[in-house]
Write a protein that binds this ligand. Structure first.
Ligand code: NG1
Ligand code: ZN
Length: 538
């Protein structure tokens, strides 16, 4: 057919490198930018298929490698509701990426047949990228793929440079426009306005708090934080943002380099060359602004991290209190979703607030899915990726509850505002920042007061290269190894010697390594336990 010929012709302009195997993992395809050209072309095709399969609903494609080095890049697909690509389609994407050039076009038509996709249908693809220098040409390859299956009714909306969560928002807003549950105006302005207006409702008239230093990882977060700050100024909000590491000049190697959320969280250190004054509140975003961690130096100059677990704790305490004041504790269930990497002290703290915790395997889609089971589901990875999901039933409940007291009315209004600040599609550094700041403003708290909710167990995360990471399989939300046989027993043996000790080993879903995690009561013990788990015949 014409389309097969067209695909074949264009596919040959985007040949895959020899002997390279790709996998659509927890973060889509992600690797060195130099080997991604063919992948982007092919993702363009699968995006059109996905949209056609879903009656032309808009599907998103984000070109980013998040917190990875500037020379990496990646691509992930966003489903019409604004969430991650349906897992069954991850396999089709992987298969398409790995098909040899000569059989590629026929494989595409075969896949379309199997999936009963009508190639004459319309499709709508929304695309964006982060600030990486490779982004421009990869976006061009993506568009080539989209147009390879263009039947004349394939529509592409290119938002250029945008954050990952903004793209998720745009997809959901586009598809819900004109329906009963419109998500918001499908523009970047609409995205910002929705958050800022709701934030303003939460903090209006409250005394301002100290400015927040925001490390933008020299990425796409930088223009967004500048924009957010001017909007806050315009509405006279009690908050000012001071962006640092906001140089987005592409190709000079600054992105995520010595700064950003991943640097701060994994090194448990300040960005390089950054010296905040004692008790100054600071936050770091990652390269596509879907993660955020907070931190400060205490009076004695000790570095203190306020990671995803501390954010989840702050949020859940605040929300539980509001639900209580709204008189809905008996009808609504609030829950927290974490992964094995959540600090044991955070789990203890949250449990002590009578909030149930669910532990799920690493990967946003698992957290998001689990959080959807609650009226209000707070989910966070320790690394700072997370958000708060509000169920439709709960939103209806708070909108339809008639308050009998002013305090109840305020609580109901605040819950509605929170649901509008919180990105309902994916973890969002800007939205999370506004959620945290709204609570700190209401409580008039500095970072030390927030930190005082509980004290973390010292912990260590180590990367270990092994001959074959697929030999490592896990159970119990990745907290226990099933294979290699007997390894878990040895780890358990070590763990049992430490009070409050916890350690586990799991294969990474994004890098060719296994990760070893350990926590214990003291820094020395955590390091020792991590070391022992590392030498357990890995
Ligand atoms: P892997 O490589 O599977 O550990 C990492 C992060 C995840 C998640 C994904 C996707 C850690 C320990 N792991 O996964 O939390 O963010 O990348 O980006 O932080
Ligand atoms: Zn990211």
């Amino acid at each position: 057919s014409l389309i097969t010929e067209n695909i074949s012709k264009l596919a040959h302009q985007h040949p895959p490198p020899a002997n390279h195997i790709y996998a659509y993992g927890t973060a889509g395809f992600r690797t060195k930018a130099t080997v991604l050209d063919a992948v982007l072309f092919r993702v363009g095709i699968i995006a059109v298929f996905r949209s056609q399969k879903l009656d032309g609903k808009a599907v998103g494609v984000m070109v980013t490698a998040s917190h990875n080095p500037e020379s990496d890049n990646g691509v992930k697909l966003v489903d019409p509701h604004g969430d991650m690509l349906d897992p069954s389609w991850e396999a089709y994407a992987t298969a398409l990426a790995n098909t040899p050039l000569d059989s590629f076009a026929s494989y595409c038509t075969q896949l379309a047949n199997t999936l009963k996709i009508d190639l004459s249908k319309k499709a709508n693809i929304i695309i964006a990228r982060d600030t990486r220098p490779s982004g421009d040409s990869l976006l061009a390859s993506l568009k080539d793929g989209i147009h390879a299956v263009n039947n004349g009714s394939v529509q592409v909306e290119d938002y250029g440079l945008a954050t990952t969560p903004a793209l998720h928002y745009l997809v959901r807003a586009t598809n819900s426009k004109g329906t009963n549950d419109e998500y918001g105006e499908p523009t970047i302005n609409g995205y910002m306005d929705k958050m800022v207006n709701a934030f303003n409702g939460l903090v209006q008239g409250k005394p301002s708090i100290a400015p927040l230093k925001v490390d933008c990882a020299n990425g796409i977060g930088a223009p967004y934080i500048h924009d957010l700050n001017s909007r806050l100024n315009r509405v006279d909000a009690p908050l000012t943002l001071e962006p640092v590491f906001d140089d987005t000049t592409a190709g000079i190697g600054k992105l995520n380099n010595g700064c950003g959320a991943d640097h701060v969280k994994s090194k448990q250190q300040l960005p390089v060359g950054f010296s905040p004054t004692p008790n100054q509140r600071c936050a770091s975003l990652d390269g596509d602004a879907d993660r955020i961690v907070y931190y400060y130096n205490d009076q004695r100059g000790n570095f203190k991290l306020l990671d995803g677990d501390k954010i989840a704790s702050l949020l859940s305490v605040f929300i539980i209190d509001l639900v209580d004041k709204a008189g809905l504790s008996d009808t609504a269930n609030v829950g927290v979703v974490q992964t094995a990497y959540a600090n044991g002290c955070s789990s203890k703290f949250i449990n002590a607030q009578q909030v149930p915790i669910k532990c799920v395997p690493t990967g946003v889609k698992h957290l998001h899915h689990a959080a959807q089971q609650y009226s209000v589901g707070v989910y966070f990875e320790a690394n700072g990726h997370g958000t708060v999901l509000f169920s439709d039933e709960f939103i209806n409940l708070i909108k339809n509850t008639v308050p009998v007291m002013p305090a109840q009315q305020t609580a109901l209004q605040q819950l509605i505002a929170l649901s509008e600040v919180a990105n309902q599609t994916v973890g969002d550094a800007l939205s999370d920042l506004l959620l945290v700041e709204a609570i700190l403003i209401q409580k008039q708290w500095g970072p030390a007061e927030w930190d005082g909710l509980y004290e973390d167990f010292p912990n260590r995360l180590v990367k270990v290269t092994v001959p074959d990471r697929t030999a490592f399989t896990t159970t119990d939300a990745e907290r226990k190894l099933v294979t290699p046989a007997d390894l878990q027993k040895e780890i358990d043996g070590h763990v049992s010697k430490y009070q409050d000790g916890r350690s586990f080993v799991r294969p990474s879903g994004t890098e060719d390594c296994v990760r070893v995690y350990a926590e214990a009561q003291t820094r020395g013990q955590a390091d020792e336990l991590a070391f022992k788990s590392t030498i357990v015949r890995l």
